[in-house]
Ligand binder design. Structure first.
Ligand code: HEM
Length: 217
């Protein structure tokens, strides 16, 4: 039964703090501690990886907790009440990730995304297309609730529908898949045997996607 105090519980701060600490900590351990990245890469290149992972995990929570409850799992009220803040924070962290990635995007930083003549590889092109579209869809989703669009019932019905969300989530997954799958299937290339950030992110994605497939109404 729903207890009245449940309405006031909100674990957003705790979830966001743990997610950011875990994600940045993971990137530090994988790339600096067991990997070869020099520390001068930390404030931008490596931090960008940690921030993008935190964004992905928070967005997975935002979209996955409701369907998980629908599946009969006893999700704490503080977690359910946190969803809005998790979604907004995830979106803002994606925005930070996008701005940082734009500044970094060059063959000197991301050799694997570029051909020798300086053009994008097919896989990098597909990955970035997925990223850009996922970002725009997330933006549209956010705007829906913050502007007069929320009064447009058929628009809200469409953008919150099961079909739209299940397809839209695949854009984020394609960003990771095209960028990372060649590393995922090659564990001998992992620094210290630790999986790449993109593989950790896709693991969260697949778990959240299954909750949505089975539990979203
Ligand atoms: C304009 C849109 C986007 C651009 C230009 C972009 C760019 C990039 C780039 C260049 C990388 C490689 C980072 C690296 O390996 O250091 C990357 C990785 C990543 N991106 Fe994005 N991204 C965009 C949107 C998104 C969105 C919407 C999400 C989340 C929903 C996201 C999540 C991630 C994650 C989790 C990684 C993996 C980091 C890693 O393995 O190093 N990105 N993105």
């Amino acid at each position: 039964m729903n207890h009245p105090a449940d309405n006031h519980r909100n674990s957003a701060g705790l979830i966001i703090a743990i997610t950011i600490l875990f994600s940045i900590g993971y990137a530090i351990v994988r790339y600096h501690v067991v990997g070869p990245a020099p520390w001068n890469d930390f404030p931008f290149f490596i931090l960008n990886k940690g921030i993008s992972l935190a964004a992905f995990i928070l967005l997975t929570c935002n979209f996955g907790l409701g369907p998980l409850r629908n599946l009969g799992v006893n999700v704490p009220a503080g977690w359910l009440n946190a969803r809005k803040a998790l979604g907004m924070t995830g979106f803002l962290l994606v925005l930070v990730h996008v701005l940082m990635s734009f500044l970094l995007f060059s063959p000197a930083v991301y050799a694997k995304f570029f051909e020798t003549d300086g053009t994008l590889t097919l896989m990098a092109g597909l990955s970035m297309l997925g990223g850009v579209l996922a970002f725009v869809v997330l933006w549209a989703y956010n705007l829906s609730f913050q502007t007069h669009l929320r009064e447009d019932k058929s628009y809200i019905r469409f953008i919150t529908s099961r079909t739209f969300l299940l397809w839209a989530m695949l854009l984020g997954a394609s960003h990771l898949l095209f960028m990372g799958y060649s590393d995922w299937i090659n564990p001998s290339s992992w620094h210290g045997g630790i999986p790449p950030v993109s593989l950790v992110a896709i693991t969260f994605f697949v778990t959240g996607y299954v909750f949505n497939l089975l539990g979203r109404k």
